[in-house]
Design a protein around this ligand. Sequence first.
Ligand SMILES: *Cc1c(COP(=O)(O)O)cnc(C)c1O
Length: 422
Amino acid sequence: MMYSRTDAEDMDARDELRQYRDEFYIPNNTVYMDGNSLGLMTKRAESYTQSMLDAWKNYGIDGWTEGTYPWYYVSEYLGDRMAPLIGAKNEEVIATGSTTVNLHHLAATFYHPKGNRTKILADTLNFPSDIYALKAQLRLKGYDTSQLVQVSSQDGHMLDEADIIAAMTDDVALIVLPSVLYRSGQILDMERLTKEAHARDITIGFDLCHSVGAIPHNLHDWGVDFAFWCTYKHLNGGPGSIGGLFLHEKHFGITPGLAGWFSSAKDKQFDMEHTLTPADDAGAFQIGTPHVLSAAPLIGALDIFHEAGMASVRRKSLELTDYMMKLIDYELAAYGMAICNPKQHEQRGGHVYVEHPEAARICKALKMKGVIPDFRTPSGIRLAPVAFYNTFTDVYDTVHTLKDIMANGIYKQFANERDVVS
Ligand SMILES: *Cc1c(COP(=O)(O)O)cnc(C)c1O
């Protein structure tokens, strides 16, 4: 049961999100399984980008206040649109910067080493950029990187919340963790970690790059201090699209660590005073002129999340990854493909993660066969069937292409090494 292509076609026919696939540009003759690295382009993203260019063409400088989406307010507008995706109030969210820049900004704001409390707590599995940024912030405050404590993983894939909590000692000033781990796709229990951090008077923030647009969140109610994310993965904002930032309302009025004139209260900004009057909400975490052309596609991309709602996106995403894991177990276990993501729904993000010693060249063979995976050195293959544009048949075809590659040794024609960008 459930192992034939007809079953996949039946599931596609019942899929309540199936009309959205036509909204996306899917590269020709391709099964795209890489939406957690770069989401695909929507027709709506394309048309809003065109209308932003038209505003520039038609209004010149007046595009700041004229047109359908006046540039002066577009970051706040996008903040409002992202708020429901993370369970925040509108004023708690702003579109600005990028993941790494926003982390720098938040660490510059919230990392105040004092007395014995000098350490930053992170983990050994996070994406390198976050770790580089935290080490740089330590150096800026005059510390060496021994002040960064990285909780390790017992199996190399997952973190145990109990280990993280045990590391919340009274010398920790700030905690920064991923919401969903970029390799194994594990969801950390943000509510529990926040509660434990606050019980010890420690500020805590999360990197939502792999969870925003993939799973629902309740950041406001959980009391999370801050969060930051990119919009080009599950949110389909396009390469280099503007980032997102959450500041819990209990921190409204805090002085932004990397202030600039766009940190201003909107009605004060053009007074051109040398004393900043920051916005009284997350808007204070803007720095300079917003990257309007990198914001434009996100307007359209978020439209479809708004229409469909996170609950149905998550429901289908879990069905797709459940189905994919079942097929992998059935068709690929014999070839040494090991599923290394968590199996339970409450612990699993939006992608499936398998390991194999030949992963680099298996991924090259997959690409040659028209399936776009994501290789993570040294032996990881990430496969992200995305609710809006992937089908159950895509999942079926991906697993059967993999089976063909393994059974016939097709991967052996490639070198087992990564490309420059992977
Ligand atoms: C994708 C990703 C980033 C990328 O940061 P940018 O500043 O957007 O380049 C950082 N951290 C995590 C966890 C990511 O998944």
